[in-house]
Ligand binder design. Structure first.
Ligand code: IFM
Length: 457
């Protein structure tokens, strides 16, 4: 089999998110976020933990940069905590919050690593939630103001930005099924939130470009390649609706200025609250699309489901491929299939893989080494799939593993370990896993041998 070789200049990196790694929730003038409130509410986090300390990256970010240097990474996708920059979600930016990100970004630049920040990875200032949260239209304007302040302050150091991380997840989990902050369970609130987020994406894009005309601006969306669970016509139809809802609800309005009408059985729901001019406000030419993908979705038709999709996904994938510790099926073709489909359905898209990874609990052995060979197998499969998409003509510029180091995995606490480095949550110490060492070779050679290279045993 031919060697898997990525294009020159391909970015290799890892991704993290502020609340999952920073800790220091009461330092540097940071305000309260919805995740502070949620994680401190008994019963919300399965392990009873909070992100108060997490990986303590607020203090230990030089250790994180050292890990990335060891792996030869050229890009670091991290997020900015809105409540560090605007503690209450509006008004003048907090100098101490900005100073922290300046230190982090300067450290990355000195290490030859592209700083690749996301403005919003789920930590809404609690004050804005108290004022109505994402279901309230005004939150879009607040977000654009935050985007403007942030780009004004950091645009001299950052060239490539992401606006949102996974709007589909934080609106559905946060306002639809309530398993993430702020813990609301209300279909109409969820739908209204999706529309505000789409408005915010358009407003923020314009505000950012006004400040920094040459900025490269995208968003990272959660994708899942949808397949009908059977070959009957109803399931095929249902899979198309799930594709529209899951994969296009935020991309299509941005790229084409309309919602995917077929996502819901009875057309676009009134609960979105679309007003005249909104679709023009939403439509902006993102410079790239960030792809977060973990598995495929097997879809069945159902009658009268509460959401109006007429469709149901059987969890994260099927049972043909291996399962991660989170129960997500390892199905590398899903990444290839999704990239190829979006490339065909949309004009001129440029992609960055902004998240892809797996949860396995392999722990340090007596010698302190972590033999996470299943993680290496995962990355070999998914990277080969990205490579096949590139060979098929899809423009993919970079790949970011989720995640740099084991961290606070939202409602799961620290129970699901996705890291290339093991985190000892008692001491804060990080240990590069075998998969991290494997990446060192991949980045050095800008590719790998599909037949194996001795690291997978
Ligand atoms: O940890 C999350 C991340 O914050 C968003 N994407 C999925 C990851 C794994 O669940």
């Amino acid at each position: 089999m031919a060697r898997i070789q990525f294009p020159d200049g391909f970015h290799w990196g890892a991704a993290t998110a502020a609340y999952q790694i920073e800790g220091a929730v009461r330092e540097g003038g940071r305000g309260e976020s919805i995740w502070d409130r949620f994680s401190h509410t008994p019963g919300r986090i399965h392990t009873g933990e909070t992100g108060d300390i997490a990986c303590d990256s607020y203090h230990r970010f030089p250790d994180d940069i050292a890990l990335m240097r060891e792996m030869g990474f050229t890009s670091y996708r991290f997020s900015l905590a809105w409540p560090r920059i605007q503690p209450n979600g509006s008004g003048a930016p907090n100098p101490d919050g900005l100073a922290y990100y300046e230190r982090l970004i300067d450290g990355l630049l000195a290490a030859g690593i592209r700083p690749f920040p996301t403005l919003y990875h789920w930590d809404l200032p609690q004050a804005l939630e108290d004022a109505g949260g994402w279901p309230a239209r005004d939150t879009a304007s607040r977000f654009a103001e935050y985007a403007h302040h942030t780009v004004r302050a950091l645009g001299d150091r950052v060239s490539d930005w992401m606006i949102f991380n996974e709007p589909g997840i934080f609106t559905f989990f946060g306002y639809g099924i309530g398993i993430h902050a702020p813990g609301v369970r209300n279909r109409d609130a969820m739908l209204a939130a999706t529309h505000t987020v789409n408005l915010a994406q358009g407003d923020a894009f314009r505000a950012m470009k006004e400040e920094q005309t040459d900025a490269r601006i995208g968003s990272a969306f959660s994708f899942q390649a949808m397949e009908p669970a059977t070959d009957n016509a109803a399931d095929i139809d249902a899979a198309e609706r799930m594709h529209a809802w899951t994969n296009e609800w935020f991309l299509m309005p941005t790229a084409k200025g309309r919602y995917p009408e077929h996502a819901f059985e009875s057309g676009v729901p009134d609960a979105l609250g679309i007003q005249e001019g909104d679709l023009d406000r939403i439509r902006v030419p993102l410079d790239f699309v960030g792809v977060n993908l973990y598995s495929r979705g097997l879809v069945r038709a159902v009658n009268n489901d509460a959401w109006g999709w007429g469709a149901r996904i059987d969890g994260m994938g099927g049972s043909e491929g291996p399962q991660t510790d989170f129960g997500w099926e390892v199905w590398p073709d899903s990444l290839h299939d999704l990239l190829v489909r979006l490339d065909a359905d949309y004009d001129d898209l440029v992609f960055e893989v902004t998240e892809n990874g797996c949860s396995y609990a392999d722990a340090p052995d007596a010698d302190g080494r972590v033999h996470d060979v299943r993680r290496i197998a995962f990355y070999r499969g998914y990277l080969a799939a990205v490579h096949r998409a590139i060979e098929a003509g899809v423009d993919v510029r970079g790949y970011h593993a989720w995640t740099l180091l084991d961290n606070f995995e939202w409602a799961e606490g620290t129970a699901q370990r996705f890291g290339l480095a093991w985190t000892d949550f008692t001491t804060g110490e990080r240990t590069l896993k075998q998969s991290g060492h494997w990446f060192t070779r991949v980045t050095d050679q800008n590719g790998f041998d599909p037949e194996g290279d001795g690291e997978e045993a």
